[in-house]
Design a protein around this ligand. Sequence first.
Ligand SMILES: Cc1cc2nc3c(=O)[nH]c(=O)nc-3n(C[C@H](O)[C@H](O)[C@H](O)COP(=O)(O)O)c2cc1C
Ligand code: SF4
Ligand code: SF4
Length: 278
Amino acid sequence: MKKVIYCFSGTGNSLNAAKIIAAQIDGASIVSVKKGTVSELAADADVVGFICPVYEWDIPETMKDFAETLTVNDKAYTFMVATYIAVHGRCFETMDAILRKKGTQLHYGKALRCVASQCIAYEPFPNPRWMVPRSDRHARKIGRQIAMRQRNRYPRMSPVTRKLYGKMMTPFMNVRHEYDKGFYTSDKCVGCGLCSKLCPCQNITMSDKHPVWNHACIGCNACVVYCPHKAIMFETPDAYRNLDNAVSRHLGLPDKRTRYHNPHISAKDIISEGEDIK
Ligand SMILES: Cc1cc2nc3c(=O)[nH]c(=O)nc-3n(C[C@H](O)[C@H](O)[C@H](O)COP(=O)(O)O)c2cc1C
Ligand code: SF4
Ligand code: SF4
C-alpha cells in the first residue's frame, strides 16, 4: 500500500507535523512541495495527504498550484492538516474543491494550532517551550485518527470570516510576492547561499556572494529564520503594520522579532526536495 504526504513548510511546523503523522501511518513517504515540484506518487497511492500552513486564511499558493497539477487515485483516502494559530479560513474548502475536480474529495481535515511563526510581521507566539510539545501531542492524536482512516466534516470557513475576507485580506493580496521588499543582509552574511537553496519559490539568486530577492516571495520566512548567521534583516512590510499593531497590542507581545523555527526541523529537512524525507 502506497501512502504519500505532500508537505509545504516555511518554518518547519508543518513538516514536523508531517513527520509525526507519517510515523503513525506506517510507511508514508513525505514529499516536500516547492515551486515546480512534480510527483506521480498520488496516482496509485491508497492514502494521499496534504500538510501545510494557513496563509492569509487559505492554503499557500505554492501548495495550491502543486495540488492542481496532481493526478490523484480516486479510490485513495485523502486528508489535509493545516497548521495555523487563529483563523484557518477556507483552506479545507480550497483543497476539497481541487480534489473534487479530480473526481475525489477531501475525506478528513484538521487544523493544528502551532507557534505563529510570521516573524517578519510580529514576535512569534505563544511561547514555543510549551506550544511545541502541545502541538506535537495534537499531531500524534491526528495521526492516530488518520491511521484509522477516520472521515470528518472538515472545518469550514465561518460566516464572519467569509464576510470579512475581502476587507481583511485585500491589503495582503495587493502586495502578494512583495514581502521581501524590506529584506537585506547584515555584514554577518558569509555568502554561503543556503538561503537560496531554502527558498520554496526560487526567489533568491546569489550575486557577488550576496542574496538578491526577486519579489516572487510568499513570505514563508524560511530564509530569515534558517540563515545560520541570522544575517537576514527585515522591516515589517507596510501591509502588515496594522496586523502587527493589532496582534502585538492585543497579546502584549514584546517589540522584538525572534527568528523562530520548529526546533525539530533543520534547514536540511526544509531543503530536501521531492524526496522521501521520512
Ligand atoms: C505569510 C503567512 C501568513 C499567515 N497567515 C495565517 C492566517 O491567515 N491564519 C493563521 O491562523 N495563521 C497564519 N499564519 C501562521 C502560520 O499558519 C503558522 O505559523 C504555521 O504553523 C507556519 O507553518 P510552517 O512552520 O510549516 O511554515 C501565517 C504565517 C505566514 C508566514
Ligand atoms: S544563508 Fe545567510 S549567510 Fe548564507 S548567503 Fe544567505 S544570508 Fe548570507
Ligand atoms: S524569499 Fe525567503 S521568505 Fe520569501 S519565499 Fe523565499 S524563503 Fe520564503
